[in-house]
Design a protein around this ligand. Sequence first.
Ligand code: ATR
Length: 494
Amino acid sequence: MTEAHDTVQQQELAQVGVIGMAVMGSNLARNMARNGYRTAVWNRTGSKTDAMIAAHGHEGAFVPSQDLADFVASLERPRRIVIMVQAGRGTDATIDALIPLLEAGDIVVDGGNAHYEDTRRREKKLRELGFHFVGAGISGGEVGALEGPSIMPGGSPESYAALGPILESISAKVDGEPCCTYIGTDGAGHFVKMVHNGIEYADMQFIGEAYEMLKAAGFSAAEAADVFATWNTGDLDSYLIEITSEVLRQVDARTGQPLVDVVVDAAGMKGTGTWTVQAALNLGVGVNAIAEAVFARATSSDAELRKAAQGALSGPDGKVAIDDSDPINREHFVNDIRDALWSAKVVAYAQGLDLIRYAAQEYGWQIDIAEVAKIWRAGCIIRAKLLERIRSEYAANNLVTLLEAPSIKAELARTQDAWRRVVAGAVRSGVPVPGFASALSYYDQARAPRVNAALTQGLRDYFGAHTYRRIDMPGSFHTLWSTDRTEVEDVDSH
Ligand code: ATR
């Protein structure tokens, strides 16, 4: 072949390929093509590829294939193949079908919501075969995939060098900066995406609790929508607060009622919140606010339990009395809830970022938390004004916890009184606020000079001879509880 012919061949090859033409996959492929990348596409069921090309083929340069081998052959090398199929078995089946078709150095990306342990397993398998495997967390839903998501890729630094420019160009931007950065090796990207989702669960739970409090004080859905819209102009400015006001304002066409009043109050979940809490349990990291959000969804969906308890359990009627005669009271009440919401949100972020810090130690990932906050500022579901502050605090300080960041701790010092009033008021009135309350308990536990763990250690030593450490000397000790109750040093611990 002549050099010229080679060049022509090269020009016709696709720069990137997407497997899976369901909603997320086709939107991501369209995003790539719209950004000027020649994009190969393939779907197990060929009619979906045809339908996507028929509807959107004019948006950019697509190279559709009906056969997986043709798809692979249509890509320039090293190949960059993004898998966007049903997570789990679909991903494994696709990888297995691809393996015989790949060549050394090719890069396979899983853009689905995979569990990070699956990503670690797949990365190891492909690495041993001479390929790169990148687990890329992608957040932003359907619209984000098309218009610019937040992307969290994990894998070899080498693969990021080849893949990064494409992912960065299709990602959301803040002041021209991409919401995509290299996260770390193997499962790091999917771990960070999982924690993003855990924080999202907490954010939504807190928003729900804030609405419950407003409702308990007699606010209509439309009035609450106004409150959220106002909050969205301040420190709480975020996508979720913005869409909360839209959902609350929605009127059901069938009944004329606020839509929120006709929706069944049983929250669904797809599992990433649960994974976050499971990972935290395995790593021994306290993420109680995130866990409460997952448990609250579970309890909401336990119709049998709720039915049994509604008939059996007594308590306050869930109404909060505010003196409406003076509009100032109403304003104070609303501001208190805003402060509780902001404070709890900060705790959930602190817990999620703490979980990332521990996982990084455990798995040997070099994760830059400031960069994580940076790429969450746009494109993803938890995008919020607060994330710029978190980014700058982590960039400027060596933080153990977000809660100690100078501007955060100062703001918490201001908001904590209101936060306590909201939790106390909710508890007195029988309004469930597991998120606000658990976040506040974490805050108080973290700042307390002594916590009740000393008594726990005493009890553990009493029934199980588990020993304890003393505050005034090194070593481990055991009290002879069943004899003369003198203390002995546990020499084995040395
Ligand atoms: P959505 O984006 O709509 O949530 P999904 O359920 O996550 O979609 O994934 C559906 C995609 O995974 C489809 O492209 C599907 O291919 P088909 O159109 O042929 O059903 C793809 N998919 C699921 N299992 C697969 C498998 N074992 N091998 C290849 N592709 C598979």
